[in-house]
Design a protein around this ligand. Sequence first.
Ligand SMILES: NC(=O)c1ccc[n+]([C@@H]2O[C@H](COP(=O)([O-])OP(=O)(O)OC[C@H]3O[C@@H](n4cnc5c(N)ncnc54)[C@H](OP(=O)(O)O)[C@@H]3O)[C@@H](O)[C@H]2O)c1
Length: 369
Amino acid sequence: MDTSRREFLKTSSLLLAGTAISLYGMPVRGESENKPAGMPKRTLGKDFTVSALGLGCMGMSANHGPARNKKEMANLIAEAVDLGITFFDTAEIYGPHTNEELVGPALSRYRHKVAIGTKFGLYYPDGRQVEDARPERIKQAVEGSLKRLKTDYIDIYYQHRIDNKVPIEDVAGTMKELVKEGKILHWGMSEPNIETIKRAHREFPVTAVENQYAMSFRRHEEQTFKVIEELGIGLVAYSPLDRGYLAGKMDGKTIFDPKNDMRASFPRMSPEAMEKNLVIIDFLREIGSAKNATPAQTALAWILAQKPWIVPIPETTQSAHLKENIEAVHITWTEDEMKEINDRLSKIKLTGERYTPGSVAAKSVYDLI
Ligand SMILES: NC(=O)c1ccc[n+]([C@@H]2O[C@H](COP(=O)([O-])OP(=O)(O)OC[C@H]3O[C@@H](n4cnc5c(N)ncnc54)[C@H](OP(=O)(O)O)[C@@H]3O)[C@@H](O)[C@H]2O)c1
């Protein structure tokens, strides 16, 4: 190794807490013994305090390739708790049911110090997407979730998709009853439009909205952010790595199996879009290199830097990725740096919608509102 490279590596490792030299000779955050301690917390809504980064658990059981080994995933969940994660995301529809059956028991010995978010109201009988938030159906759903999660309370219970057949006031009223009964502690909605958020919150205060939010998907900044900030509602950012793409390991040659991976049907994840969108990966690598951060770490840190009331819930099924992602909480930028990053980011044009335009899935996420 030449002297200048050795000096560069030495200086980098001295300057950056939490940084070490990887096998490839490049500094990588998170491999050091000498890490900055502690996982910061964030508060959603009035008083729902969780780790700044949560863990999305869906792909452990469904929708992102074959279900993974249950014992290995339970160990990964335990490792996440050891690393400071206190917020875990699941839903009755993931599997269906098998993800809750994994997550609840895996967390039972830590139950007092972790929060579980689960969801109701989205079903796929015969493969068709159906929303059902009738109060009687919610009451049935919550009993099922509590049983599968092996717990007597759910920390945050989300309506997975809005059901236009049921007034949101009826859903909020049902949430109020469930809180009174102690079955849930907080409630939220996934992908509601802004009118629905306002009406729901008026009826019974909403703690968090769970929406897709990532460097490559910023649509909710326009309207939703303004409304939830005013009302004091938090944002749980799902697909913060844009379904894994922002980790920088995918391109036009990446193939998803349509039998078990929902990404096979997303225009944003088509080979053509993934090849064209590599421009954002180049950008991530460029801004990440100044912080010795990987694309995944940079993409997650960028979300955390936007608002203090956002908690991203990246999913992973791999211990190495978990450790890598967690280091994102230690990356910061100055206001001027972030302004420049966001100016440049807004000029990057990406290809491919998240859901097929006109499909039931696309309509139910209020893309155009
Ligand atoms: N409310 C809703 O409607 C909704 C919709 C979708 C998802 N969600 C929730 O949000 C969670 C996260 O969303 P998501 O899974 O769609 O997207 P995501 O978190 O953006 O991406 C997950 C993918 O990224 C990969 N990944 C993670 N860290 C990585 C790293 N450091 N390097 C390389 N690859 C990495 C994972 O693969 P590996 O397993 O190989 O690491 C996984 O395939 C889900 O688990 C689910 O709980 C909610």
